[in-house]
Design a protein around this ligand. Structure first.
Ligand SMILES: O=C[C@H](O)[C@H](O)[C@H](O)COP(=O)(O)O
Length: 139
């Protein structure tokens, strides 16, 4: 957090503020995603053992797009191609230095201007809003 603040980011720590190996990640991740969706332009980082459950929890919030960022490249791609506002990071999967690089890559990347990526994201948004699945292409 201090590292990101030093870089000029305004950081909110949703918690947990005390380490408890037996606590449950959904509340932290859902709260993070709710805040990110409510604050356009903001980004969220949800951290856990693998990042998997954290990313799944964040994606339950309507409008949230959370990618599992397990490398610098996947961190960039989930922003560029998937317009992710959040990433899940697995604390047990990386060194602290690697995790910082992954988070920095995500924060430094903007969405791709390619129309096809926006089109695909829009299809997901439409599905979320209407409940009607995107049409399968004709065989
Ligand atoms: O996907 C979920 C996260 O990786 C959790 O951090 C993980 O499942 C926690 O596992 P445990 O309770 O065995 O430490």
């Amino acid at each position: 957090m201090a590292h990101l603040e030093k870089q000029g980011h305004e950081v909110t720590d949703i918690g947990p503020h005390v380490y408890d190996a037996d606590d449950d990640y959904p509340a932290f991740c859902v709260e993070t995603a709710l805040r990110v969706v409510a604050d356009e332009g903001s980004r969220g980082i949800v951290v856990g053992g693998s990042g998997n459950g954290e990313q799944i929890a964040a994606n339950k919030v309507p409008g949230a797009r959370a990618g599992l960022a397990w490398s610098v490249e996947t961190a960039k791609l989930c922003r560029e191609h998937n317009h992710a506002q959040l990433i899940g990071v697995g604390a047990r999967m990386h060194t602290a230095e690697e995790a910082v690089e992954i988070v920095e890559a995500f924060l430094a990347t903007e969405v791709s201007p390619e129309e096809r990526h926006a089109r695909r994201v829009q299809q997901l948004l439409d599905y979320e809003r209407t409940g009607t699945p995107p049409a399968l292409p004709e065989a």
